[in-house]
Design a protein. Structure first.
Length: 567
């Protein structure tokens, strides 16, 4: 049931333990062993001589047989089992994915009414699910990622990616260590990690090695491969060590002056073709490149935390970034195993820009008296992997507030966060990293609501928030801003905008992304809801002009779009 309900893949060792395969042998002996097994089979396991593996028979005296007797053969046990698994499944899917519940239904029919009935139920369920709205959106995402992987990220067919040998990483915090792991383990390139002092460097190399060790402990890496990955990474305190690098990725904290200083230092020792990529999440790349000797080599490579696990890479290009530089960073990001979208430079780029109003709206709802649990529960129920306030705790409330202030300076009132967040920061409630934010993070796997937050933001929590459309208000903010980014050319296409939101921000995949979602509910409906909330809450709900145009003309983002990528 675990494999059926999750689609989890297993390696040969686990498959043997589960009884899914008959034997595991060396590659050189595979064919001979299979022939020997086939010729000797009488039934599933009986054959002359000793079987290849001990038969996994069910007996009343072993765990397998006892579970079979209590569950599969016992109507009461079966009922309790399916009730429990159904409850656990709904807790995870929130009813947004119909397939797991249909799987439970099919398996139960097969057990209770026989194989023929089970196979007929499976056929019927598959036929209905494969044409469901959820299936349609997931298939679209699959083909969109395949299509994206064939593109260079630039319109000029003459722009070819350069070969990236050694990579430099500036900063060895959590993000820097994750990027170093991607370069060494996934892309297979030598990495030079540069830090400001020996302690910071030692700590950063320790973080990198912890990432490698974690995969060894989970059986994802052999010790031999792990040793090879660790050997590719060296540390340095000076910039001269970066002379051999073809790409330097900056991963320090969000400080414009510091990033400019690092760029100048790297350019002073690097080759003319050296690419400088900033991992900033909000500062425009063009501002970092001001005063650069070679602005065409400056680009953004925005990774998402944790960098070694999150699938998206946002490559940010300025008007001066050379096409070959863009193509190189896109190709190298794919070597790291990333889904790569190319976006135009600007405050917040794409993902941070559409995430900020979504998080801001959650904070505004908090100031209106909604509870922390109610806000997070509503968005998880909508389909996000975590609620917005949980996400702010994980990112850092101070980081989120700083990004919102940057965007507020650029876009005015509609991007302003509520003042209550500043009071949380002043009080030291910054999220998980300080042990308290919207939640108290007392142990690694346990948290509870920080009740003091309500007084800090100046509100009294309501007991009955059902009449407030929590999820709708937050999601409309993200969809509206995604429409603005498309209409101004921040993203190259609706496809890229949707993939960025799904793989970078956890927008529900079964809805296809914010722009697919807009098409499914209709521009006219979206426009009406945004105008309704604009009357109640003001400027931050002002609809994007593209939504007005689509609603007036009865068009959609995908079906009738004539905008070419980059326009």
């Amino acid at each position: 049931m675990r494999l059926l309900l999750t689609g989890r893949q297993v390696d040969a060792r686990e498959a043997l333990a589960l009884g899914l395969v008959d034997a595991v042998v060396d590659r050189e002996r595979l064919l001979d062993t299979a022939i020997e097994h086939a010729l000797g089979m009488r039934g599933l396991y009986r054959r002359p001589g000793r079987p290849l593996v001990p038969p996994r028979t069910a007996s009343p005296f072993n765990r397998r047989g006892l579970m079979h007797l209590l569950l599969a053969r016992n109507p009461l046990g079966r009922q309790l089992f399916f009730a429990r698994v159904h409850r656990q499944t709904v807790d995870k899917t929130r009813g947004n994915y119909p397939a797991p519940e249909r799987i439970l239904e099919v398996v139960r029919k097969g057990l209770e009414q026989g194989r023929a009935v089970g196979f007929a139920a499976e056929s019927r369920a598959f036929g209905e699910l494969v044409v469901s709205p959820q299936s349609r959106q997931l298939v679209r995402i699959f083909f969109a990622t395949r299509e994206l992987a064939k593109e260079s990220g630039v319109d000029d067919p003459q722009a070819q990616p350069r070969e990236v040998g050694t990579v430099g990483v500036l900063g060895a915090g959590l993000m820097g260590a994750g990027i170093a792991y991607l370069c060494a383990a996934r892309a297979g390139t030598p990495v030079i990690v540069r830090e400001r002092d020996q302690k910071s460097l030692d700590d950063g190399i320790g973080r990198f090695r912890a990432l490698v060790d974690a995969r060894v402990n989970r059986g994802r890496l052999t010790r031999e491969k792990a040793a090879g990955i660790v050997a590719r990474v060296t540390g340095a305190l000076d910039f001269e060590a970066l002379q051999s690098a073809g790409l330097v990725i900056e991963a320090v904290f969000e400080d414009l002056d510091l990033k400019r200083e690092l760029l100048a230092q790297v350019e002073s020792v690097g080759r003319d073709e050296l690419i400088f990529a900033s991992n900033t999440s909000s500062i425009p790349i063009a501002r970092i490149a001001e005063g650069s000797q070679r602005p065409g080599n400056v680009i953004g490579m925005h990774y998402f935390s944790p960098a070694d696990r999150m699938p998206l890479l946002e490559v940010v290009v300025t008007q001066q970034t050379a096409p070959a530089v863009t193509a190189t960073c896109v190709a190298y990001g794919r070597r790291q195993g990333k889904t790569v979208i190319v976006v135009r430079d600007g405050p917040g780029f794409y993902t941070s820009r559409i995430l900020a109003p979504y998080l801001n709206e959650a904070a505004w709802l908090l100031t209106e008296g909604l509870t922390i649990e109610a806000i997070d529960r509503a968005l998880v129920g909508f389909g996000f992997p975590v609620g917005p306030l949980t996400l702010l705790d994980d990112v850092g409330i101070d980081v989120g507030y700083k990004v919102s202030r940057v965007l507020g300076e650029a876009f005015g009132e509609r991007m302003q966060p509520p003042a209550g967040l500043q009071r949380l920061i002043e009080e030291g409630s910054l999220g998980r990293k300080t042990g308290r934010g919207f939640y108290l993070h007392e142990r690694a796997a346990h948290r509870r609501v920080n009740e003091s937050v309500y007084a800090l933001v100046g509100t009294t929590p309501m007991k009955t928030p059902e009449e407030i459309p929590i999820a709708e208000r937050c999601v409309l903010q993200m969809v509206n801003e995604a429409a603005r980014c498309l209409e101004t050319g921040i993203v190259r296409s609706a496809r890229d905008g949707d993939l960025g939101a799904v793989f970078g921000l956890g927008f529900p995949p079964f809805l296809g992304g914010p722009l697919r979602y807009a098409d499914s509910v209709g521009a006219a409906w979206l426009l009406g809801r945004l105008e309704h909330f604009a009357v109640l809450h003001g400027e931050r709900y002002r609809p994007a002009e593209s939504l007005r145009e689509l609603a007036a003309q009865g068009r959609s983002f995908y079906a009738d779009s004539t905008r070419r990528p980059g326009e």
